[in-house]
Structure formats: C-alpha cells, structure tokens
Design a binder for this molecule. Structure first.
Ligand code: PGA
Length: 253
C-alpha cells in the first residue's frame, strides 16, 4: 500500500510574513490528516523558516532545485549537503520550468537526482509532455525517455528512495487538468516501465500527478489506481485549497 503524498510547490512565491500565516493554517488544518504525507517545497531562502515552523510536526519540507555538484566554485548554486543542513526531506528535480527556462537536460537532471540520493534527500522527478507532443501521440514515448535517462544513470535501486511526478506541461498553471484517465494511462506506463527492472520497487514507488490540481478535481484524480498524490503549484499557496486537496487524498488513504 502506497501512502499518498501531497507536495506543495511554491515556485518563486512567498514572503516571511505570508509564509508564516500559510504554514500555520496548513499545520492547524493538517492535524488529523496524518495518514497522508504532506510536504512543502519552498524557495531556498525560506528553508530555515520552514524548518523552524515545521520541525516536529507531520509536515515535511524540501527545495525546488539543487546543484548536481556537492560544493565548490559554482556561484549561485545550492548543493544537496546544504539542503540536508536544513532538514529537507524532498527536492524537486527536473520541473518543466527548469527544463524550459533554464535549459536543464535529461542528463543534468539525472545528475541532480543522483546528488539528492547521495545526500539522503528524496528527489521528486518531474516528467511530462508538451501539448504539441501530446497532440502528435508522443506522450508515452517522451515520458519514458525522461524516466529512462535517470534509470540508465542511477539504476532501478535509486527509485526506491524517490518520487515521480507526472506533470503534463500544458496543464501546469493553465487551469487545464489532464483527465483522470489521461493521467492514469501515463502513470501506469511509468510503473510498467520501471517494473521491467524491478516490480517490487515499481510497485512501491509513488507517482504524483501535477498540473492544475485543485479541490474540485483532486478526488477524481486520486481515485485512480496509479495516482499516489499530487504536486501542487498554485493551489498550495492558498491554505484552504491545499488542505482540501490533502483531505481528498485522505479519503483514498
Ligand atoms: P500548478 O503547478 O498546480 O499551478 O499547475 C504544478 C507544478 O508546476 O508543480
């Protein structure tokens, strides 16, 4: 049985005051939802704040990116040992905004995934197709290539400490969600791909859906067999919405 995970991706949003309010509200509302794992992935400067407010609670925290290097002369980068210092349980790797706007390649993403694992931080590997790729019937091929890049670099054992998030690029921040059937098809294909390497690890792996998840569509998505929770962008910035999504996951625990 896979425990559902709801992870907030704050992206480049937040301020000390509003973060404190948001986290307090989430903490209050999440008190009786402990059957679901809840996490927030915050901008680097707020990791200390997240740790001080969330340590000892049932909400985990993490980052949204990391360097593939552990340390050194890499101006502006943040390494996995630093994330470890701040108690990160998770780090998002290969989000489509990093792939599109910052040129992250499958090869680099595989290195970042390895760096996270080497520091006992669970990577949340994001994969997903563009609208053009979906319309031309390439979805499964694109997603498989993205997953394979990591599988070939790390091996299947690396996935036992990881999470995958299927996030169709056309559904991110657009208000347009994949239907539960569309998402399920891709999730099942990812699990089948990894099952060929190790069915036990693939069976335990949590595969999240991300892309315009909101309270109104969360239950439908989480009811699907291979959807093990969500990576939540916009709705994670509104405590009531984030909690309603956690509640939806709770009902399928
Ligand atoms: P969204 O973002 O929920 O705002 O669509 C999801 C994500 O990019 O992780």
């Amino acid at each position: 049985m896979r425990r559902k995970l709801i992870a907030g991706n704050w992206k480049m949003h937040g301020a000390l005051t509003s973060n404190a309010q948001l986290l307090q509200s989430v903490l209050t509302g999440a008190g009786n939802l402990s059957a679901v794992e809840i996490a927030v992935c915050v901008p680097f400067p707020y990791l200390a704040q997240a740790r001080s407010l969330l340590e000892g609670t049932n909400i985990a925290w993490g980052a949204q990116n990391l360097s593939e290097q552990p340390q050194g002369a890499f101006t502006g980068e943040v390494g996995a040992p630093m994330l470890n210092d701040f108690g990160c349980r998770y780090v998002i790797v290969g989000h489509s905004e990093r792939r599109c706007f910052y040129g992250e390649t499958d090869a680099l993403i595989a290195e970042k995934f390895a760096a996270a694992l080497a520091n006992r931080i669970s990577p949340i590997l994001c994969v997903g197709e563009t609208l053009e790729q979906r319309d031309s019937g390439q979805t499964i091929e694109v997603v498989s290539t993205q997953v394979n890049a990591v599988l070939e670099r790390i091996g299947i054992a690396g996935f036992s400490g990881a999470v995958i998030a299927y996030e169709p690029v056309w559904a991110i921040g657009t208000g347009r969600t994949a239907t539960s059937a569309q998402a399920q098809e891709v999730h099942a294909s990812i699990r089948a791909l990894l099952s060929k390497a190790d069915s036990g690890i693939a069976g335990q792996l949590r595969i999240l859906y991300g892309g315009s998840v909101k309270p109104s569509n969360a239950s439908e998505l989480f009811s699907m067999e291979d959807i093990d929770g969500g990576l939540i962008g916009g709705a994670s910035l509104v405590a009531a919405d984030f909690l309603a999504i956690c509640q939806a996951a709770f009902s399928f625990r």
